[in-house]
Design a protein around this ligand. Structure first.
Ligand code: GDP
Ligand code: IMO
Ligand code: MG
Length: 426
């Protein structure tokens, strides 16, 4: 993805999240100077496997495991300071030296315990199936112009006043919602004092850091969280997250202009999964679904919930190519399909009697969509040792060719296992 003309690349999820963005970012980070998370928060769970060690990153960019790479939590992220520092300390305990390599935007909004409480209480009626990490309420406060930002927490006096107002408002909302729980002001003030002091030294105008790096010809990778179908505008609303997960959000959330971005890599599983509520047209169901789940280890990285599993959905990925402006695809977890005799791929939907290959904007129509499947031949061989396209069985190559044709974007990477070296560059 990187060359002399491509210094700034976005990596996004092109389905419903958990496509393997963490692995791709880790692989690409080897050729990168700076990795920036630009939206979402601790709802994300990005797995990186290095040798026999597993790392799960929720808020810290997946480039952090490369000692030479600098990382940024951008202004578009909603930062939960408590779990952020827990994650940082955990990495330190695992021997990852982070000193001087991680910066946080002074403009990033905070996720506080009262946001988590509101998220959990809202779920009792809304039932989006959120991760319960306070993401929706924190973005509501941001857009409602009553959020608390990192810069505020770093100034003790201002933080006290804002936290007092925030807790009071949250408690009024909780009362209105008929919930018994209340946010505790002392807890919030103590958190503000403890973590504001810890945040201050690593806080800066990170947009300027990214801009300067690009001016100096450095390579910058913008790491998306979630996936296109969870985008607040383009996803299966209301069963979405509360941020712009598509590539257009990368410039805003990293603090640069859209003209800086040179390429967009969409990460797609060779099949489809979804965690949380909302439609999943290609759901496999029954024993086949369970087989995909077990073979793919399809359990939520953040919540441990079983992910619903189904077949590759071409309308989803084609739509994702369109709304993200994808310049390339990375197909992951192809090895999970190693043992299947035939593999269904959805080329379109039948909705209320009519055929379509486009994504309906009305979620109820998508609930009623019946996929039109094409059966592709499986390869029934272990491909985890493949390192070039030529190493793949002809059926696996035919499968990839078909996915590429249906999606309408070139496949640039194929991942055949969890480890760093299990990657094919096409
Ligand atoms: P992310 O949120 O997009 O970073 O993805 P997650 O980390 O939540 O989920 C992807 C899971 O698939 C992780 O457990 C990865 O270790 C694993 N994974 C990534 N690529 C591959 C692959 O090519 N093959 C297999 N078998 N597992 C993979
Ligand atoms: P990564 O970055 C998969 C889903 C939740 C729920 C919806 C809204 O690891 O791909 P939220 O807590 O964001 O308000 O929940 O979005 N969701 C994810 N699903 N991967 C994620 O992140 C997700 N982040 C949120 O399950 O359906
Ligand atoms: Mg994940």
């Amino acid at each position: 993805m990187f060359d002399r003309k491509h210094n700034c690349v976005v990596v996004v999820g092109a389905q419903w999240g958990d496509e393997g963005k963490g692995k791709l970012v880790d692989v690409l980070a080897e050729k990168t100077d700076l990795v920036v998370r630009y939206q979402g928060g601790a709802n994300a769970g990005h797995t990186v496997v290095v040798g026999d060690r597993h790392f799960v990153l929720h808020q810290i960019p997946s480039g952090i495991l490369h000692q030479e790479v600098r990382c940024i939590v951008g202004n578009g992220v909603v930062l939960d300071p408590e779990t952020f520092f827990a994650e940082l300390d955990q990495l330190g305990a695992q021997g990852i030296d982070i000193s001087g390599r991680l910066l946080v935007s002074e403009r990033a909004h905070l996720v506080l315990p009262y946001h988590q409480l509101l998220d959990q209480v809202s779920e009792r009626t809304q039932q989006i199936g959120t991760t319960g990490r306070g993401i929706g309420p924190a973005y509501e406060d941001k857009i409602g112009r009553r959020g608390i930002r990192v810069a505020d927490l770093c100034r003790a006096d201002r933080a006290r006043g804002l936290l007092t107002q925030g807790v009071a408002r949250a408690n009024a909302l909780l009362e209105m919602l008929g919930a018994a729980e209340r946010a505790n002001l002392e807890e919030h003030l103590a958190l503000g004092e403890r973590l504001g002091a810890r945040l201050a030294p690593i806080t800066t105008d990170t947009g300027l850091v990214v801009h300067t790096a690009l001016r100096e010809g450095k390579r910058v990778l913008l790491e998306g969280a979630q996936g296109a179908m969870l985008d607040v505008d383009h996803g299966t609303y209301p069963f979405v997250t509360s941020s712009t997960t598509t590539a257009s959000g990368a410039a805003v959330g990293a603090g640069i202009g859209p003209t800086e971005i040179d390429g967009v890599l969409g990460v797609v599983k060779a099949y489809t999964t979804r965690v949380g509520n909302g439609p999943l047209p290609t759901l496999a169901g029954g024993a086949l679904e369970e087989r995909l789940r077990q073979l793919g280890g399809e359990f939520g990285t953040t919540t441990g919930r079983p992910r619903r599993c189904g077949w590759f959905d071409a309308p989803v990925v084609r739509y994702s190519v369109r709304v993200n402006g994808l310049t390339g695809l990375a197909v992951t977890k192809l090895d999970v399909l190693d043992t299947f005799e035939t593999i269904p791929v959805a080329t379109g939907y039948r909705i209320e009697g009519g055929g379509t290959s486009e994504m309906p904007g009305d979620v109820e129509l998508l609930e009623r969509a019946v996929p039109i499947y094409e059966e592709l031949k499986g390869w029934q061989r272990d491909i985890t040792g493949a390192r070039t396209l030529a190493d793949l069985p002809p059926e696996a190559r035919a499968y990839l060719d078909r996915l590429q044709d249906l999606a309408g974007a070139p496949i640039r990477y194929v991942s055949v296992g969890t480890r760093r070296d299990q990657i094919i560059e096409t």
